[in-house]
Design a protein around this ligand. Sequence first.
Ligand SMILES: [Fe+2]
Ligand SMILES: [Fe+2]
Length: 177
Amino acid sequence: MDFLDKVKKAGRDLEKKLTLSTEDFAAFDTDVLDTLEKEHDEVKALLEQLVKSESGSARKALLKKIKLALVPHSRAEEKIVYNAVIAQKDKDAKIDGEEGYHEHALADKMLATLGKISTATSPEFSAGTKVLKELLDHHISEEERNIWKDVQKHFSADQRAEMNVQYLKEKKKVRVS
Ligand SMILES: [Fe+2]
Ligand SMILES: [Fe+2]
């Protein structure tokens, strides 16, 4: 066994001892804002597909995918990111966090409304998908501008990596009905 293999084996053994997966190890090294950005891009791509799709079954499948991606993201973001920002002695940061909560609530409501429309090819459903997309495009761009500025101002790179671990842990707890 050469030196590199020994190092690799030692790394794997340590990983097992700590009962952490490779994914968990990577989480310690990632800025929470990078994770959020990746997830935002995924949701934006799904919304783009949703407003363009014409078949009812494709629309329903996309709506389900968006809900599965968005709901855990929003709940974990509120708990780990917004609450941390709101806890600062910084009035603007508090308002940014509260604004995020309000916009998440509107997105949840729109998802529930769309879920109740049985005909996914109806004008009502089409209009709803446009509203959902506009709402989330606005929310995401504002969040990336304001909340991220607050997070960068109040938390160090190490703290943001720790927030990433907590964020991913929190996301796993969320059940989507
Ligand atoms: Fe977000
Ligand atoms: Fe958000």
